[in-house]
Design a protein around this ligand. Structure first.
Ligand code: ATP
Length: 252
């Protein structure tokens, strides 16, 4: 288990002769085994924040700390899953996972067994020899999750991972993610546009304004969250509270 701390994080991009300040002193701590969703209007800086936490994007000032140690680029302590399927098309499902494991320095002889174990974790133990082109969107995303988890990161960073999936597949993927999160005691940062998904999955929901954190909503719903929980008054109230907070920024 690990904590992820973002302290006074500043990020700007060049914009003509000036700079566009995209993150304005973000302070956010994800505690061990906490599931935190980040929501907000389009362009508010969610993906930039996640990419910085992943070590994929440089930042201007502030700190990004995993277990109080500053990060130096991408690391094996953090797994990343994006919306678009990032599988290498010339490798099978198993080959994609083995590729990541080898890149992480895992001895080649250990890779097939670890890959198979993680394919089974995402319920694709039977599909390891299939090529990405032969997999459905949900299956591709399950391989991407298996790959991100294969080198045993303590933190999982997910940027709209289910955004391209149909409603039924999306729901199945949410269930699977929660199962994995509970089993592996991961700390999760989850960027989404889907407020119901955020309430369903999270311990906390962080609503971003333009480059800042507006409000944090603790999700005080009991776990495990069964199918009926999304019809409870508290679930529906939370959805409305988060939505109206986001909408303030869409209007202003
Ligand atoms: N490489 C870049 N160069 C310049 N500007 C960028 C770059 N990446 C992002 N931006 C700008 O930074 C701002 C935040 O972008 P970001 O993708 O983080 O927002 P977001 O909240 O994830 O949006 P969405 O919900 O639409 O994915 C936007 O104004 C965007 O145009």
């Amino acid at each position: 288990m690990a904590t992820l701390k973002l302290n006074n994080l500043e990020k700007s991009f060049p914009a003509g002769k000036n700079r566009h300040r995209v993150l304005k002193g973000i302070d956010l701590t994800l505690h061990e085994n906490e599931f935190v969703s980040v929501v907000g209007t389009s362009g508010c800086g969610k993906s930039t924040l996640l990419s910085i936490a992943a070590g994929l994007e440089p930042f201007d000032s502030g700190d990004v700390l995993v277990d109080d140690q500053p990060i130096e680029g991408p690391g094996l302590d953090r797994g990343v899953v994006f919306q678009s399927y990032t599988l290498l098309p010339w490798l099978t499902a198993r080959g994609n996972i083995e590729f990541a494991l080898k890149a992480a320095g895992v001895p080649a002889r250990d890779c097939p067994a670890i890959a198979q174990q993680h394919l089974e974790l995402v319920k694709l133990g039977h599909a390891g020899d299939r090529w990405p082109g032969e997999l459905s969107g949900g299956m591709k995303q399950r391989v991407a999750i298996a790959r991100a988890l294969s080198y045993r990161p303590k933190i999982l960073l997910m940027d709209e991972p289910f955004g391209a999936l149909d409603a039924m597949t999306r729901h199945q993927m949410q269930q699977l993610l929660i199962e994995i999160w509970e089993k592996h005691r991961l700390t999760v940062m989850f960027v989404t546009h889907d407020i119901e998904e955020a309430v369903w999955l999270s311990d906390r929901i962080v609503v971003m304004g333009q480059g800042n954190i507006d409000t944090t909503f603790p999700v005080d719903l009991p776990r495990p969250r069964n199918d009926g929980v999304n019809r409870t008054a508290r679930f529906i109230d939370l959805q409305h509270e988060v939505l109206s907070c986001i909408q303030q920024h869409a209007i202003n």
